[in-house]
Design a protein around this ligand. Structure first.
Ligand code: PRX
Length: 654
């Protein structure tokens, strides 16, 4: 079938899903209506899905104008780790909370809720022993091991604010994040292990601490979890082994009562300009929202085995490996490895091994595994699977069909979940049992979410339309501020379209009211589901001594979704060679991390600029997309001849 034909297909709610599903069409309509017409009543009711030490009397107190203030359940008190662990102990202490599947297929572990309680308490007591207090920022730079979840939950138990930094980020990127939130306590591992290769986490932390010290932020303690047992550098008095410390503290730690609006965590994410922003989420609203979306979007039933393949370093890992599932007393699978190790059938083998009911992954992985052929899938039974999920980028209809027919044997609905680090949880997604599916559409909004499409002038578009996606009112999982820079929060999200939260995404709404995300409309790239600012890659490039100027754009990539195309002008007298290209790739990897590796580097004597010196990115994007027949108006260029050179020397020629 052609792409357009696929996109026009409708897959009615599956019978098997419908007969079990928590929400049907009528219930969705009714709840949705109430959620947007009377949010106080709706969330007042659903806020009770978590336990409160002190019940809230106020529900919603939010404003998207002026100073922008977002408060939910503001006079309530609760604790996240209590909700994710303690409250399940009375009747379900022996249920498995975390299944850990190692990089090496012969390694796995099962941690019950009772064991989770002890681990988290000990972890929390170790943090306390080293002076970590409520409100302190703790940086977590860990691979996918259960201790990463213990560390996060331990912070929430004592009211410390965690900042998890993805283990694939470089020492520079880690150092910058330590500095931004002035964090003086770091938790890491000796090494990580992915696809049989080790990642030098502790060594990276050592470098990052030196970088932070140059910016006057001095890390006092590093708690190290042993994973591979390799020798690592050691600063005595600063570095401590977790296994030495855990035995010295009590196995119980009372959860700290936290106000609903107390900070829970900071997570750095890329924007269209400047350095990454510290997205701040708070306690009560976030937990209500992630637990509710986890239950209804995944149609989670008690006892289901649930697997999200994300890394805890991203928001998906926070909300849908750790907090949402554990708040719902789920069994959540944590996978240390990669989809193609030992071979391309690993995901499907793990599904059979642990009898996974619900599987949630990213389109980039689906496309890569689709390319490996169906045999890897078909050697597994996948008979335990009931539901499939997708997240991180638009899923192309071809990948959707393969996921549905080959992986899901045409029996499992696919929930394509659109959301962002900033939104905390799912915003637009089908509900199994309630929403007919269309390949490539994120479909309809979750309860309480009011999406709108606006044109570039901010005019609200009605009916079927194409526009910029904004959200007209607050929902409990929304970020509250940019850490340490509320003005930037207002500027980034609420100034483009006054009084509305601007997502940065383009979107189409069809005749049935379904939302189809078309991708970012700003200078943010989405490479293999990872978010990167073009400005970040540009500043990494120009920090190389031979680079005078750089402009970075995305281009369509069959596996990664988007690839990174760099236009580079060298310092006078230097020649662009293949060796220099490789050196620049290495340089960017060292500055940011492997996820930012440039795919193409084009050396150019100049960049297309307007007479006022503004780079015309539109032209660069078109050339990178190999679509230079339609460059549009180039008459405002200071030097139109630049364009001919750019086209002649483009790097995307077959
Ligand atoms: O462009 C959208 C894309 O990912 C961006 C958010 O990235 P991040 O904050 O890293 O969070 C990723 C995980 C939630 C969005 O602005 N995106 C995310 N999910 C989808 C998507 N685009 C299309 N369809 C999706 N399901």
């Amino acid at each position: 079938m052609q792409r357009e034909e696929l996109m026009a297909e409708t897959y009615p709610v599956l019978q098997s899903a419908e007969s079990h599903a928590l929400i049907d069409k009528a219930k969705y309509e009714k709840w949705y209506k109430e959620s947007v017409e009377n949010p106080d009543k709706f969330w007042g009711k659903h806020g009770k899905r978590i336990e409160w030490f002190k019940p809230y009397t106020k529900v919603k107190n939010t404003s998207f104008t002026g100073k922008v203030s977002i408060k939910w359940f503001e006079d309530g008190q609760t604790n996240v780790s209590y909700n994710c662990i303690d409250r399940h102990l009375e009747n379900h202490a022996d249920r498995v909370a975390i299944i850990w599947e190692g990089d090496d297929p012969s390694l796995d572990r099962k941690i019950t809720y009772r064991e989770l309680h002890e681990h988290v308490c000990r972890f929390a007591n170790v943090l306390k022993k080293y002076g970590v207090k409520k409100g302190d920022r703790v940086t977590i730079y860990m691979p996918m091991v259960p201790e990463a979840a213990y560390a996060m939950l331990a912070c929430t138990r004592i009211g410390a604010v965690h900042s998890v930094v993805f283990g694939g980020f470089s020492p520079d990127a880690l150092g910058g994040r330590i500095v931004d939130c002035e964090s003086t306590f770091v938790i890491t591992c000796d090494e990580g292990l992915r696809g049989g290769k080790s990642v030098p986490l502790k060594a990276n932390v050592d470098k990052a601490i030196d970088i932070a010290a140059r910016h006057h932020v001095h890390v006092k303690s590093v708690l190290v979890v042993r994973r591979t047992g390799t020798d690592v550098g050691w600063a005595s008095g600063r570095d401590f082994w977790y296994h030495d410390e855990a035995g010295t503290v009590a196995a119980d730690c009372p959860p700290e009562p936290m106000n609903a609006e107390d900070p829970l965590f900071i997570l750095y994410t890329s924007g269209s300009t400047g350095k990454p922003k510290g997205v701040l989420h708070t306690t009560g609203g976030y937990l209500v929202y992630v637990s509710m979306t986890h239950q209804y979007v995944f149609d989670y039933h008690d006892g289901d085995i649930y697997w999200c393949t994300a890394d805890v370093g991203w928001v998906t890992g926070h909300s849908y490996i750790v907090y949402g599932p554990l708040a719902n007393r789920a069994t959540t699978l944590m996978f240390e490895g990669v989809p193609n190790y030992p071979d391309q059938g690993r995901f499907w083998d793990v599904i059979d091994k642990h009898k996974v009911d619900i599987f949630y992954t990213a389109p980039t992985a689906i496309r890569a595994l689709m390319g490996a052929g169906d045999d890897f899938v078909k050697r597994s039974s996948r008979s335990s699977l009931r539901l499939l999920g997708s997240v991180g980028e638009p899923i192309n209809p071809e990948a959707w069909e393969w996921y549905y027919n080959v992986v899901g044997d045409a029996r499992c609905p696919i929930v394509d979940t659109w959301w962002q680090t900033e939104t905390g949880g799912h915003m637009i997604a089908p509900l199994p049992g309630a929403t007919d599916l269309k390949p490539g559409a994120a479909t309809t909004p979750f309860f309480g979410v009011k999406p709108q499409l606006v044109d570039n002038e901010g005019k609200v578009l009605e009916g079927a339309a194409d526009g910029n996606l904004v959200i007209a009112d607050s929902w409990p999982g929304q970020m509250r501020t940019v850490y340490g820079d509320h003005e930037r929060f207002i500027q980034t999200y609420f100034s483009t379209y006054k009084g509305k939260y601007f997502t940065g995404d383009g979107c189409r709404r069809d005749e049935d009211g379904y939302y189809w995300i078309t991708g970012r409309v700003d200078d943010v790239l989405n490479v293999s589901g990872h978010r990167l600012g073009t400005a970040e890659v540009e500043s990494a490039l120009v920090s190389h001594s031979l680079v005078s100027e750089a402009a970075v754009v995305g281009f369509p990539h069959s596996i990664k979704g988007q690839g990174i195309y760099c236009y580079v002008t060298l310092m006078a007298g230097h020649e662009g060679t293949d060796t220099l290209r490789q050196e620049l790739v290495k340089h960017v990897r060292a500055e940011i991390g492997p996820i930012a590796s440039p795919d193409k580097i084009q050396f150019t004597p100049g960049l297309p600029k307007t007479r006022s010196g503004k780079i015309m990115r539109r032209i660069l994007r078109k050339i990178a997309e190999d679509d230079f027949g339609a460059l549009g108006d180039t008459s405002t260029l200071a030097d139109p001849a630049v364009v001919d050179d750019l086209i002649a020397n483009r790097q995307n020629k077959e």
